[in-house]
Design a protein. Structure first.
Length: 277
């Protein structure tokens, strides 16, 4: 059986290492502060693992390089006398994001079909929103990154090849990702939330003789969230109708309150005139 080293495995090993360090510190064998100051090593390891996995399956390049870059910068500041002002290197972050977008645009696979039928796609939302809809009948996966933004992904018209597995790699930092999937997909959650959460509201597919369709969602959330759910077109229509009714009620209530307030003001003005006369 082949063993796959994922970010979840690395984070688990890091937690074990931290527990051992504090245990040895309590026993007076070592000083925990001598090791904890190098905590950015954890970011470097997570980034290295994500880049390694991305080189094999093509998912997670952006988040892996982001972890690797931030961790390396913080680790260098702690290990050497060289100091970098964040304001001086911030433009490099813009270069990195721009280069990543160019790379995805130039080197991403372009099958001879419309954009929403691709078997793989990526979404990058930085202080904004991204909306993607796929109708691919052999969906393989996606790479989604939300940094202070959101990704809205609709896969209800897509399908996974029988007896295969699609993988969606997610990374959210102060952001959110919303996934809508068909009801015959089995969703496997392997996301690691750090001060974040995963809301999986999918229903278990009804047992049948049809081949299983598995969707694996993996990645890291830092103060962010992922929502996975089965939603039919009828659910969307019902929400739209409910939203329209609520808006109509709010407008009606606001107009009614404004008219009542105007009547009170007029009556009060008449009373004041009568009192002065």
């Amino acid at each position: 059986m082949s063993v796959r080293i994922t970010s979840q495995v690395v984070i688990g090993l890091i937690i074990v290492a931290v527990g051992m360090i504090f245990t040895l510190d309590n026993l007076g064998i070592i000083y925990a502060e001598d090791f904890i100051r190098y905590w950015p090593t954890a970011l470097v390891l997570i980034g290295a693992v994500k880049v390694w996995n991305a080189s094999r399956d093509g998912h997670g390049w952006f988040s892996g390089l982001l972890f690797l870059g931030i961790g390396s910068y913080m680790l260098i500041n702690r290990m050497t006398y060289i100091r970098f002002d964040p304001r001086q290197i911030f433009p490099l972050f813009l270069v990195f994001i721009g280069g990543y977008m160019v790379w995805r645009g130039v080197f991403a696979r372009r099958p001879g079909r419309t954009s929403d039928s691709r078997d793989r796609f990526s979404g990058l939302a930085v202080m904004g929103g991204v909306v993607r809809r796929s109708n691919s009948q052999a969906f393989e996966g996606a790479d989604l990154t939300a940094i202070m933004g959101g990704c809205d992904i609709d896969l209800r018209d897509a399908s996974i090849a029988p007896n295969t597995e699609a993988v969606i790699e997610v990374f959210a930092f102060w952001g959110g990702i919303d996934l809508k999937v068909p009801e015959d997909w089995t969703v496997i959650n392997r996301v690691v939330p750090i001060m974040g959460g995963v809301d999986d509201k999918t229903r278990t597919p009804i047992a049948s003789s049809a081949p299983a369709k598995r969707l694996v969602v993996r990645g890291i959330l830092i103060m962010g969230g992922v929502s996975i759910r089965n939603r039919s077109r009828r659910d969307d229509l019902r929400d739209a109708i409910d939203g329209g009714k609520k808006l109509s009620d709010d407008i009606h209530r606001s107009v009614h309150d404004s008219i009542r307030q105007s009547v009170r003001d007029v009556r009060q003005s008449i009373r004041d005139d009568d009192r002065h006369s």
